[in-house]
Design a protein around this ligand. Structure first.
Ligand code: PEP
Ligand code: MG
Length: 589
């Protein structure tokens, strides 16, 4: 058995095709002077050929997947046009009078080495992208043919490789590829992202698997637990067969509740909505029966691009999302750049503590022009759809007042221009900084709703960076301090006649759903794919029992004890949801 990192859920088994790394034989050849310029042209021709191939893959991907998958290849095209790299290669060919493949290989390996040495998972994954691209250029220079025609497979198989490049992954014949496994890779690698999009089970980080297997070997791949079993025994296959049956029957049960209301056994109706990052998430929102969008993370419109989105471009996106989800509400969160989300074109100075720095509403208030373009776009879209708006990272009243003053200014300008908008657009505040929870009573008098951003609230309350795995043991959603802040926020909301929701990741954890409901939360907003499970458990609990659970939890001092109480209640209420799933050692999400 091999253990790796599970990056795409599901179990599959079958014969493997092992994609061996093409080992390009790069020999250094000295060129006579008259052969130098033709060699430069040969190199340029290989670049053009590679560009054509990538554009073709991109075209095919955009026909079968969303445009965000096709965008991955933009990064390859950008690398291919990197003048620094190209000039360096041409300089090597001319000055050292060497062959193009040798010059290109030398220069590209130096770049890859630099990227691989960086302690940043994202940049290391870009090294994999550059290696993918380098392989393609060398294939063209050396006229190497592909080992397997992955576009035309004839029977079901699992693919095993040292690394599957995004361009290979994107070309796969989906009918026949049951799953894939690689020696290296991480959760944020583009190959992992594509696996999830294609809904193909995948495990990465299996170290020596591709060297140890031969094409034709039989394996079982478990994309839930991150394991690969070579030549599974009958007993193992039987156990996995049982697991598959359990999963199939759960999926059936989940489908049954998909379009039912999220109501507890004793009649408490919860509002269950979806978190989205782009317009492309709308079909999933509809498919999972969400009652609109509780958090639209608009910053994803601003990153991975060369310039700022215009007011018109933003308006079109907000309008289309709101129209598609009518009559349900769409809560648009104003720009939350900073922290771990950056727009490269804005070239913001690096900060010592980006999560404590110039991010979200702080950044927007300092950039009124950029902020007003977004506010105008949201206001305009509110004339056509059921739109609400909320501000991220509110720390005190001043920020709320300043943001509201800008909204009023934008409204006045739109009125003067005779552009329609909803006069009564509801504005809410995210509660994700402890100071905001502590003054929730004051904030509640000035907004129409609260949305508790527990991802940040936990990191700021417990002083544990949400992206730093070294302090992840301190990042505890069931810490008593978090429970008290949520309770305080909800009580302040209700005392002032407004509602309070949760849109952090814990809102998508069925184990914690009863606790949040017991604390009085009115709305839960989470990724569309987890909403079925949330609805399933909500329909199997009682508000009165959830309240008793919350009261017990509030009287406890230990995050682990609180977590265990939650697990116990969730297991008792909806056992089938947790078969093969709950690890009793977990504390929280
Ligand atoms: C949160 O902080 O909980 C939240 C929903 O916002 P984000 O994860 O985008 O910071
Ligand atoms: Mg946040």
């Amino acid at each position: 058995m091999y253990r790796g990192i599970a990056v795409s859920a599901g179990v599959c088994r079958g014969r493997v095709i092992v994609l061996r790394r093409t080992r390009h034989v790069i020999a250094k050849r000295e060129l006579a002077t008259e052969h130098i310029e033709p060699e430069v042209r040969r190199f340029e021709h290989a670049l053009v050929r590679t560009r054509q191939q990538i554009t073709e893959v991109q075209r095919r991907v955009s026909q079968t997947m969303s445009s965000s998958e096709a965008d991955i290849f933009d990064a390859h095209l950008l690398m291919l046009e990197d003048r620094v790299l190209i000039e360096e290669v041409i300089k090597l060919i001319r000055e050292q009078q060497v062959n193009a493949d040798y010059a290109f290989h030398t220069a590209a390996e130096r770049y890859i080495g630099v990227l691989e040495a960086v302690e940043d998972e994202y940049l290391r994954e870009r090294a994999a992208d550059l290696r993918d691209l380098t392989g393609r250029v060398l294939d063209n220079l050396l006229e190497v043919k592909e080992q397997f025609d992955l576009k035309h497979l004839h029977e079901p198989c699992l693919l095993v490789g040292h690394d599957l490049s995004p361009s290979t992954t994107a070309q796969l014949d989906r009918k026949f590829v049951l799953g894939f496994a690689t020696d290296i890779g991480g959760r944020t690698s583009h190959t992992a992202i594509l696996a999830r999009s294609l809904d193909i089970p995948a495990v990465v980080g299996l170290k020596t698997l591709s060297d140890d297997l031969q094409t034709g070997d039989y394996i079982l791949l478990d994309g839930y637990n991150g394991t690969v079993i070579v030549n599974p025994t009958d007993q193992t296959l039987f156990e996995y067969g049982q697991l598959a049956k359990v999963k199939a029957s759960l999926e059936e049960k989940l489908r049954e509740v998909q379009h039912q209301p999220a109501v507890t056994l004793d009649g408490k109706v919860l509002h269950l909505s979806a978190n989205i990052e782009s317009q492309e998430d709308v079909p999933a929102v509809l498919a999972h029966g969400a009652e609109g969008v509780g958090l639209f993370r608009t910053e994803f419109l601003f990153i991975n691009r060369e310039n700022l989105p215009t007011e018109e471009e933003q308006y079109q996106v907000y309008r289309k999302v709101a129209e598609a989800l009518q009559p349900h509400p769409v809560i648009i969160r104003t720009l939350d750049l900073g922290g771990d989300k950056f727009a490269s074109h804005l070239q913001l100075a690096q900060e010592m503590n980006p999560f404590l720095g110039w991010r979200a509403i702080r950044f927007c208030l300092a950039q009124p022009e950029l902020f007003c373009a977004q506010l105008r776009a949201i206001l305009r879209a509110s004339a056509v759809g059921n739109i609400k708006m909320m501000y991220p990272m509110i720390s005190g009243l001043d920020e709320l007042n300043q943001a509201n003053a800008l909204v009023e200014k934008c409204k006045a300008a739109l009125r003067a221009e005779n552009i329609p908008f909803a006069e009564n657009l509801e504005i809410g505040a995210m509660i994700e900084i402890p100071s905001a929870a502590l003054i929730a009573d004051a904030l509640a008098k000035r907004v129409k709703f609260f949305s508790i951003g527990t991802n940040d609230l936990i990191q700021y309350t417990l002083a544990a960076d949400r992206t730093n795995e070294k302090v992840s043991h301190l990042y505890e959603p069931t810490h008593p301090a978090i429970l008290r802040l949520i309770k305080m926020t909800v009580e302040a909301a209700h005392a002032n006649g407004i509602w309070a929701g949760v849109c952090g990741e814990i809102a998508g954890d069925p184990v914690l759903a009863p606790l949040l409901i017991g604390l009085g939360v009115d709305e839960l907003s989470a990724a569309p794919a987890v909403l079925d499970e949330m609805k399933y458990i909500i329909r199997r609990i009682k508000l009165s029992e959830a309240q008793a659970l919350a009261a017990r939890a509030l009287a406890l001092d230990s995050p682990t004890d609180i977590s265990l109480h939650c697990i116990e209640y969730a297991l008792a209420s909806a056992p089938s949801l947790f078969e093969n799933k709950v690890d009793p050692s977990r504390s929280g999400t």
